[in-house]
Design a protein around this ligand. Structure first.
Ligand SMILES: [Mg+2]
Length: 439
């Protein structure tokens, strides 16, 4: 089951001020409007909280509780700018990023992180990137859905990492009061207590009929939530809906100078970018590769193709040439591909490249359909899988692509359609993806 993270910045506004003004570090900081006027606390640093100061409190009261704090006038533009930069950082880990507030975002992980353990590794890396690049702390909740991720993120702060499956969620929250549930405010909590539902566990076990008649449709929904169940979809945010380019980049699990592994990653990126272009009927003519080495030096190089394309192999071939020409062999921490000069239209390279092999076109479309159903990593170009396997990162336990016998040609496209639910089917689909890879 794919996992979801909720990244919540710790005392965001106050921490930004502390990271940018060294004299504010380690001391109570209270961010507000004009400190000389009446108003409320916008954010309180962790050093100010033991004094009882919290966001939303009248400034007068904060000054009484913690007169020695540094009162800093907030700078909303700055916080929004950093918030956008944080979203860009998350996008290096996954294309599925949904901002939830100025300091919180959901990050959906694909089948590469099928369990809490793998997802927690990604969460730790995100935390350490946030620390390295912004000198800020974040607490992250990990769960099988948005509700569990969101509620887990609040369990340990600051710099917390809490991973719950539905069972662990119940073990933690059932003994707590109903007001601890996400979505239950003070008034609703009061009404629940009035009918004897004091804890999250009480709500989780309450009869549907009672909940429905007392609270309407939301009653049974809250019961589902109290059981750690939630099917709210993650809605990825695209910074530019009318894209001028389509791209994807990844921060590598560790700095890497293995060209085989890097080219495998590149293949995977090209495949993802091409599929996104096809899903929105884009073709593009300029392929760019972005590489960032372990010293954060970033190089972007691009190449104009003969004709616009949305074909992963053509994009990969161009990207690989760019990588080979511009990479000096230093260990890399980030790789990215983007395609620009894009326009709506059919892939005119299809005819010239594949007239002789119409099957491969049908295959590609079939693979796209499989991926639309199963998610991004359900069908991976074998090249990228092989390199990952060498590093011990194979995410598909049941799949041994090298053992799969080549099926008779006539059956290829048809078989892909029934690949979805059996591991063997996925293996066959991947094997076939490989047959169409460039040598
Ligand atoms: Mg926060």
């Amino acid at each position: 089951m794919p996992m979801i993270l909720l990244v919540d910045m710790d005392a965001f506004f106050a921490s930004v001020e502390q990271s940018q003004h060294p004299h504010l570090r380690g001391v109570p900081v209270i961010v507000c409007g004009d400190p000389d006027r009446r108003g409320v606390v916008t954010a309180a640093s962790y050093e100010a909280r033991p004094f009882g100061v919290h966001a939303g409190m009248p400034l007068q009261e904060a000054k009484r509780l913690c007169p020695q704090a540094n009162y800093v006038e907030g700078n909303p533009e700055k916080y929004v700018e950093i918030s956008l930069q944080l979203l860009d950082l998350y996008l290096e880990f996954s294309p599925d990023v949904e901002p939830f507030s100025v300091d919180e975002a959901f990050v959906g992980l694909g089948p590469e992180a099928p369990g809490l353990t793998e997802a927690s590794v990604v969460a730790r890396r995100i935390q350490s990137e946030i620390r390295t690049r912004f000198d800020l702390g974040a607490s992250i909740g990990v769960g099988p859905n948005k509700l569990v991720a969101k509620m887990a993120s609040g369990v340990e702060k600051p710099c917390g990492l809490t991973a719950f499956d539905s069972q662990a969620f119940c073990a933690h929250f059932w003994p707590l009061g109903v007001q601890e549930m996400w979505g239950i405010g003070p008034q609703l909590a009061e009404r629940m207590r009035a009918i004897g539902l004091a804890t999250v566990g009480d709500l989780a076990r309450a009869p549907d009929g009672v909940l429905q008649s007392t609270f309407g449709i939301i009653g049974p929904q809250l019961k589902q939530a109290a059981n750690g169940l939630d099917d709210t979809p993650l809605t990825p945010y695209h910074r530019a809906p009318d894209a001028k380019s389509v791209g994807h980049e990844v921060t590598l699990p560790e700095d890497c100078d293995d060209s085989g592994y890097l080219e495998g990653k590149l293949l995977r990126l090209a495949d993802q970018v091409a599929r996104r272009m096809r899903s929105e009927d884009y073709v593009g003519r300029t392929v760019a590769v972005k590489i960032r080495d372990h010293r954060f030096r970033t190089v972007i190089r691009q190449k104009v193709l003969d004709a616009p394309t949305a074909d992963g192999r053509r994009i990969f071939q161009a990207a690989r040439r760019l990588l080979r020409a511009n990479w000096k062999g230093d260990a890399l921490r980030l790789l990215g591909i983007s395609v620009s000069s894009i326009s709506k239209g059919a892939d005119s390279t299809q005819g010239s490249l594949f007239d002789s092999d119409e099957r491969s076109l049908r295959l590609r479309d079939a693979l796209d359909r499989v991926r639309d159903r199963l998610g991004e990593a359900s069908v991976v170009p074998l090249g990228s899988l092989r390199h990952r396997s060498r590093l011990g990162h194979v995410p598909f336990g049941a799949v041994k692509p090298v053992d799969v016998a080549k099926p008779p040609d006539g059956r290829r496209a048809r078989e892909v359609k029934r690949a979805p639910d059996s591991p063997g089917g996925t293996a066959r689909a991947m094997k076939r993806a490989d047959q169409d890879e460039p040598a």
